[in-house]
Design a protein. Sequence first.
Length: 328
Amino acid sequence: MNPDPNDSGRVLGVDIGGTKIAVGIVDGDGRILAQTRKPMVGNGTAEAALQAVTEAIAALARTEQIQAMPIQKIGICAPGPLDPRTGVILNPPNLPCWRNFPLAEEIARQFHMAVKLDNDANAAALAETRWGAARGCRFVFYATIGTGIGTGIVLDGRIYHGRTGSAGEGGHVSIDYQGPRCNCGKRGCIEALASGTAIGARARAKLAAQPAPASVLLDLAKGDASAVASEMVGQAYVAGDALAREVLQETAEALTAWLGNIVDLLDPEVLVIGGGAAAMLKPFFGEIRNRLPARSVNPRASEIPLRMAHYGADAGIAGGAALYSEVS
């Protein structure tokens, strides 16, 4: 098939979250040429949420810079559950406005372009494989650690969706069936043990268990232990706080056990970690990788690199665009 002479290779990537919409133009090399961010209306009507998305897309499309760029494709990543095959948003907890909502169809109708939709972690995994930290790799496992933990699996240039499109929920793999209850209802999910939310909760519990703790964390929280958040744990660790180090050390141990299971299940070529909490955990990457062979039966686990994701806050924009780079 001859390439379309009107296809510039640029894709409009759309990242929909519970509170924001990020829209950007991405070229064929994964570079974000222009972008904008707008608030999302996730708790109102389905129509209001759709209007917020279309207005964010239109706001970028109206700029003089963008009008000179021919674009024929829109790639959208959004929180799951969703059906990437039909482009329907099913029932995401942080977007209660949409239930069985045909988002891809609606966006295609309004903008007269091809539209693809996928889970945000799946899309980010593909972006890292195509242009980022896993470039050149065939078997990729990606995890984004933030408020929760999302994961994506790329095999031979394609997202692994499973039978129904629901594969890749690695954040809800349990490593302790008697552990804390996760928001999904299961016990001991890695999300309940190592997400940004879990890091903050562990720090607060440790402060509460000490009669008169002397910690940088308390200073950052202005003396209110209940106000400690995961970001403060990272700041306190950098300042040399012992309690913050203990919290992150325990988090790294949980992640090591989990990644050992992932290695045994998937035998990936690379492990890529992104998300808001990844930066504070990066100092522990070497330790996690060194301990991985003891947590895996894979005889070559020590060969698998653990890398920081290339795309930070722009992972969703790049991920949406990457949906058009999948191997057919």
